[in-house]
Design a protein around this ligand. Structure first.
Ligand code: PLP
Length: 438
């Protein structure tokens, strides 16, 4: 079925107990067992079923299945926030002494996570310019475990050449992990070679600025045994006995080579299975069922909101580019953007984030933040309300001057996250605020 139909139906069947048309909210921490044998079998992962909401929940299950179906992933695991999704995806396959290759032009919170917390865990970050493939190759060594980037890098709006990066990753036998938060309806990175896609559902998927959540989607196609890439033994997490499950081997337990797609490619869900049964079990950043339920409402209208946000954003970006008080505009839908060609190739709609510089630099910028009336001064994106922020003093404040430059954030950078208001009303607000600030 088409994506818009899946957005409303996938993962849910009306249950015969209640006949509830909409997905019920199972606001419960735990689930009853049929017998002691049943309980033991669930804990041994022999029988699938509900145990405890830290690991799984029927409302969250619908959300996981729905987003998986929409993006053509094999499976999904929902977690408490976008940051938790990124952290879990990285921790699942890296350990002390290893490293990952990442774009520096990523969300400030992820940049902090990589620069500090992940480093303190003994995992190194090799920064690479996703537009300069040689720097990616140079960053990969025998201890590299993944390549990481964002679809529309927040806030520089860089769109990488997915197919080329995926080819490099797979040539080295490592997965390509993409944060698709800023293009959940506009791009499907799995079509271009991504193996794992992470989302902050807090943004466009929720769509109303009400709830925190994250999702990890697994294509199931990456060969964790390394046979396909000539890198056998690279990911012992999946191919060697796991001491916390009495020596179970994740790859074998979750089907080995037995499940195949229509083209005969092996599918194995062990990446997400391990996140759920080890990392969520041990660290606990699970998603509240109520938030899952709210995200399900968001998913059902995602494509309508995305289309509207992209149309309004292009209109605003074009208007800003003509405005005498504006020194530069950064929007991938404009031919002036360095990623415009990749944006045309990979995106359906150029997203809802616009960066621009204001005449008079940071001082005018500060006045602008005070003078907007309809836009709200908030460090969030993907809300139904339009938001405006100054990344250098907020989301990216902890970065050094050098790191800010690598992210493409200048001190006069003002970021608009476009919402659902009428474009002409937003333009009127921007116009009065620019006039009053410069
Ligand atoms: N990824 C991107 C691209 C983001 O913009 C954000 C937050 O702004 C996150 C991840 C983190 O998501 P959360 O705030 O849900 O933890």
């Amino acid at each position: 079925m088409h994506r818009d139909t899946l957005a409303v139906h996938a993962g849910h069947q009306v249950d015969k107990d209640t006949n509830s048309r909409c997905v019920p909210l199972y606001q419960t921490s735990a689930f009853t067992f049929d017998s002691p044998e049943h309980a033991s079998s669930l804990f041994k992962l022999e029988t699938p079923g509900n145990i405890y909401t830290r690991l799984m929940n029927p409302t969250t299950d619908v959300l996981e299945k729905r987003l998986s179906a929409m993006d053509g992933a094999l499976c999904g695991v929902a977690v408490a926030s976008g940051q938790a999704a990124i952290t879990m995806a990285v921790m699942n396959i890296t350990q002390v002494g290893q490293n990952l290759v990442s774009s520096p032009a990523i969300y400030g919170g992820t940049s902090n996570l990589f620069h500090n917390t992940v480093k303190r865990m003994g995992i190194d970050i090799h920064w690479a310019d996703m537009n300069d493939l040689a720097t990616i190759e140079a960053g990969i060594d025998e201890n590299t475990r993944l390549i990481y980037c964002e679809t529309i890098g927040n806030p520089k709006n860089e769109v990488p050449d997915f197919e080329k990066i995926a080819e490099i990753a797979h040539r080295h036998g490592i997965p390509f992990v993409v944060d698709n938060t800023c293009a959940p309806s506009g791009c499907n990175p799995f079509l271009y070679g991504a193996d794992i896609v992470v989302y902050s559902m807090t943004k466009y998927i929720g769509g109303h600025g009400t709830s925190m959540g994250g999702m990890i989607l697994d294509s199931g196609k990456f060969d964790w045994t390394g046979k396909k890439y000539g890198t056998v033994g690279k990911f012992p997490e999946f191919t060697e006995p796991d001491p916390s499950y009495h020596g179970m081997i994740f790859y074998d337990h979750f089907g080995g080579d037995s499940q195949k797609d229509e083209n005969g490619n092996v599918l194995n869900p062990c990446f997400n299975a391990r996140i759920r049964t080890c990392l969520l079990r041990d660290m606990g950043p699970c998603l509240s069922p109520f938030n899952s339920w709210l995200f399900i409402q968001g998913v059902e209208t995602l494509s309508l909101r995305w289309k509207r946000i992209c149309e309004t954003s292009l209109k605003l970006a074009q208007w800003l580019e003509q405005n005498p008080y504006v020194t530069w505009v950064n929007y991938p839908g404009l031919p002036s953007h360095p990623s415009h060609a990749n944006a045309v190739k990979y995106l359906d709609g150029f997203g809802g984030i616009i960066g621009f510089g204001i005449q008079g630099g940071i001082e005018s910028g500060k006045r602008f933040l005070q003078n907007v009336k309809l836009l709200s001064h908030v460090t969030n994106i993907g809300d139904s309300h339009s938001l405006v922020a100054h990344p250098a003093s907020t989301t990216h404040q902890q970065l050094s001057e050098e790191e800010l430059a690598a992210c493409g954030i200048t001190h006069d950078f003002i970021r608009i996250a476009v919402g659902l208001e009428d474009a002409d009303d937003l333009i009127a607000d921007l116009e009065q605020a620019l006039k009053a600030s410069v």
